[in-house]
Design a protein around this ligand. Structure first.
Ligand SMILES: Cc1ncc(COP(=O)(O)O)c(C=O)c1O
Length: 374
């Protein structure tokens, strides 16, 4: 047993892929998902009890949690919301259930691990389609059998690009499928109400289910599965309640203690605070513009509309050396290695924040210049 761990770790080390839990980080943050800087604010909250005391189907379905879910459904323009302690748990709960119940899931090949790892279960079929490739998605839809779900992200967590949700939803007039969008990295910044790419692309009414997570731009923790039953699509008029299905068929939902009362209060607090964070959203927008102005001269640098950018390096070792050069200068940029991305597409993930200064953004490009010439 322990030998198995030792061998696996040794293999990782040899492949330059060993993940390390760092305790001291370089001071300049281009790495965290706290895009607006709200997560660093002090918080003083209280709750009338410290635990939900049991799972939601026993005594954990307490009134304040139900109030939060009613609030979340309205706040995120859905008909129903189910709250979880994290986005990972929400995705596990939803996708393991769909898979167990035999639903076919078509997922973008770059979909997050929290979704991917719940698929390929007992009865479900899961196929990937090429990243943001509508022709490939259409081909997979033509071949798919039975009930089908298409899932993509509002803003891809590693590369920072977004799908054309309007074009994906347009396929609903030809194929009967439910559309799910994980808005983990887009919510809190995209859209007037921070709902994410579904809002900024004006397709909220076409997306059947959204995963809204709160641990990134909202600066707190937790997530909600938000369902829109009356989707604009002519084909689909959903009667089923996802929450009812979760309560009956989803093991990650059923067999765990409900979110704590303190987390429930934190969620209320975080969403109220977000309403007052207009200045941070503007600062982040300005920083993205500043980055784009500099990035246009670098073929390796992405030109995404959002706060997650990518600088292609190629090769695990070269990418690690590159991130080391940043780290030595006090800059924290995350190296994205294969197999997280396909071989040859390794590079640095650059997360822009409201609190980064323009000089810090300029310095990134100075360091890239140095790396290029040395
Ligand atoms: C697309 C996506 N979905 C879900 C999650 C998980 O969310 P959480 O961090 O709240 O568990 C992440 C985390 O990075 C993510 O990138």
């Amino acid at each position: 047993m322990l030998k198995a761990l030792e061998n696996a770790l040794e293999k990782r080390r040899e492949e330059d892929r060993l993940r390390m839990l760092r305790d001291e980080l370089p001071p300049v943050d281009f790495s965290s998902n706290d895009y607006l800087g709200l997560g660093a604010e002090e918080v003083n909250l209280s709750a009338d009890r410290s635990s939900a005391s049991s799972s939601r189907s026993i005594t954990g379905n307490y009134p304040r949690l139900r109030t939060l879910e009613t609030f979340l459904a309205e706040r995120f323009q859905g008909d129903e919301a189910t709250f979880f302690q994290s986005g990972f748990e929400a995705n596990q709960a939803l996708f393991s259930m769909l898979s167990d119940l035999g639903v076919t899931v078509l997922f973008d090949e770059y979909i997050h691990a929290s979704i991917r790892s719940s698929l390929f279960r007992s009865r479900g079929k899961a196929w990937s389609f090429k990243h943001n490739d509508l022709t490939d998605l259409r081909m997979k839809l033509e071949r798919s059998e039975g009930e089908c779900v298409v899932v993509t992200e509002g803003l891809f967590s590693m590369h920072g690009d977004s799908p054309d949700l309007e074009a994906i939803s347009a396929l609903k007039s030809e194929f009967d499928f439910a559309l799910i969008v994980d808005e983990a990295h887009s919510n809190g910044f995209f859209g007037e109400h921070g709902i994410g790419t579904s809002e900024s692309q004006d397709v909220i009414a076409d997306v059947d289910v959204r995963i809204q997570t709160f641990g990134k731009a909202f600066g707190i923790q937790g997530a909600a599965i938000v369902q829109k039953r009356e989707s604009r699509s002519a084909v689909r008029r959903e009667k089923t309640s996802i929450k009812e299905a979760l309560a009956n068929f989803s093991r990650p939902f059923i067999y765990t203690t409900a979110p704590s009362p303190l987390l429930t209060e934190l969620c209320f607090h975080g969403l109220r605070r977000w309403d007052q964070a207009q200045e941070q959203r503007e600062l982040l927008g300005e920083n993205i513009q500043h980055y784009l102005m500099r990035a246009k001269d670098y073929a390796e640098a992405s030109m995404n509309r959002g706060q997650v950018q990518f600088y292609s390096v190629g090769g695990n070792r070269a990418t690690l050396q590159c991130s080391q050069a940043f780290s030595e200068r006090g800059y924290d940029l995350k190296a994205i290695l294969s197999p997280t991305v396909p071989e040859g597409q390794e590079g640095l993930r650059i997360c822009l924040h409201a609190f980064n200064s323009k000089a810090e953004i300029d310095a990134i490009f100075d360091i890239f210049d140095y790396i290029r010439t040395n």
